[in-house]
Design a protein around this ligand. Structure first.
Ligand code: SF4
Length: 463
């Protein structure tokens, strides 16, 4: 597990020097933000991937790559925020606004356990009509009926709104967050997903996350969760209006706050960021997606504004926030590879193939990712914004094995539950792969059709 000691930087080193990168890959030196930015811009993709892969192998070994079977439950789509990249939210009075009743949520968990699942990823909009007792009752019923199912739920923006809605006791924001999280933890909450991370840089965040908490608050919620012994994940949604330096800054903040949690709480059994997952923005059905594409002339406004310390100001580029630069497979793999090298104190880098497709996800295992994410049974948030791919356990195992690794099912703590190294492995039971044709794995703008057990890349999707 990386992060037990804080690494030193070697700021004068040429980041493209193979001796320096060998030390980075071995976990002996820390990449600075400036070095990461240089690597991003200068190193050929295949070479960058090899170094990210070397770092991944130093942490996770050469053989096993993992996945988890969980179910994404979006308990409500009513939301007070208006993120411009979101196609999922509704106002309370909208015809298709919903809040799932408890028995429907419990039924979904029943279906999950029937296929061997052991975790739910539960996130929703920021719904002011739901009192704390609604959450406590739900968590209690989940714990009573499914004590072995890990509840990974309520991303920082939701927790922030809980503080606003519930008016908890406490002299400051941190104390109020702690009170709320202690109540939810006592009711059965086990860990916190990293939804709502987007891009931390204020100039970008103000443009795309209307009504959503800033980076300091997002990171503080996670720091409190770590204090309470809960593990969390961190996410980044890129490929919209941000600059490359914004991505590096985002990764650096995750690394800095992980350092803090490891120093402050790890000796006493505290929690930490267990995973970092990044994925490209999906434009369909979103206000942000209606922006015109950048035509490639001149410098991209996001790059003009972006600063490695997050201090970029929109005024320096009048076109900032008015043009999109979507990320394709190369940008995705490059960004993920940099995250593996940069975020040296987070154990898992997750491949997010939900939007890029299973074969790019498979490739991501050679660009620093150790985990293929989750087999889930529905997906509502990312699919509302366009394309998603649906994979079941057999295909996930097949993809991992085909990439040269042994697939293994894990739990939320990344402990291995089943290593599929025998001929009774899920993928090795399939005689006829024709029923898994690509066309059947591809869903555009809708949730996946049941009863197929499907996957959305282990993404702690938006909230
Ligand atoms: S991304 Fe989450 S917080 Fe933002 S509008 Fe959508 S549901 Fe609400």
């Amino acid at each position: 597990m990386p992060g037990s000691m804080l690494l030193q930087e070697r700021p004068q080193a040429d980041p493209c020097d193979s001796h320096f990168l060998a030390d980075v890959a071995a976990g002996q030196v820390r990449l600075s933000s400036e070095q990461a930015a240089t690597l991003y811009r200068q190193m050929p993709l295949a070479e960058l991937g090899r170094w990210a892969d070397a770092r991944c192998r130093a942490i996770h070994g050469d053989s096993i790559r993992t996945y988890v079977i969980d179910r994404n439950i979006n308990y409500t789509n009513v939301c007070t925020a208006k993120c411009t990249f979101c196609a999922f939210r509704r106002d309370a009075g909208d015809d298709d606004a919903y809040t799932l009743p408890n028995d429907e949520i419990l039924e979904k968990v029943s279906e999950l356990t029937a296929i061997g699942g052991n975790q739910i990823l539960m996130q929703g909009g920021m719904n002011p009509d739901l009192p704390l007792s609604w959450y406590e009752t739900l968590l209690g019923e989940l714990g009573d009926q499914y004590p072995d199912v890990h509840v990974h739920a309520f991303s920082p923006p939701e927790v922030v709104e809980f503080v606003n809605f519930f008016d908890p006791p406490g002299s400051d924001f941190r104390a109020k967050v702690k009170w709320v999280l202690e109540r939810l933890q006592a009711a059965g909450l086990k860990s916190i997903p990293g939804g709502g991370g987007e891009i931390f840089a204020p100039a970008v965040r103000r443009k795309i996350g209307l009504g959503k908490c800033d980076a300091e608050i997002w990171l503080t919620v996670m720091h409190v969760a770590h204090e309470l012994g809960m593990n969390t994940s961190a996410t980044m949604m890129f490929g919209h209006i941000e600059g490359v330096d914004d991505r590096i800054h985002h990764m650096d903040l995750v690394r800095q706050w992980q350092d803090r949690s490891l120093t402050d709480f790890a000796p006493d059994g505290g929690g930490r960021y267990m995973a970092f997952i990044s994925w490209p923005f999906q434009r369909e059905n979103t206000p942000l997606g209606r922006l015109p594409d950048w035509d490639g002339s001149g410098e991209f406004p996001g790059d003009v504004v972006a600063m490695l310390d997050g201090s970029g100001e929109k005024l320096v580029a009048p076109e900032f926030g008015r043009k999109l630069r979507l990320a394709g497979a190369s940008e995705y793999l490059r960004t993920q590879a940099i995250s593996r090298l940069m975020i040296d104190n987070v154990y898992s880098i997750g491949a997010s193939w939900v939007t890029m497709g299973p074969h790019v996800g498979q490739l991501a295992l050679n660009f620093g990712a150790n985990d293929m994410g989750s087999v889930m049974m529905e997906e509502n948030v990312v699919s509302a914004a366009g394309t998603t791919y649906c994979l079941n356990e057999q295909i996930l195992c097949h993809l991992i094995r085909d990439a040269g690794f042994t697939p293994a099912q894990r739990d939320n703590a990344y402990d291995l539950l089943a290593v599929h190294d025998t001929d009774v492995s899920p993928d090795l039971q399939v005689d006829d792969w024709s029923e898994f044709r690509q066309a059947k794995l591809h869903v555009q703008g809708e949730g996946c059709d049941e009863p197929v057990a499907v996957t959305v890349g282990g993404v702690d999707s938006p909230s």
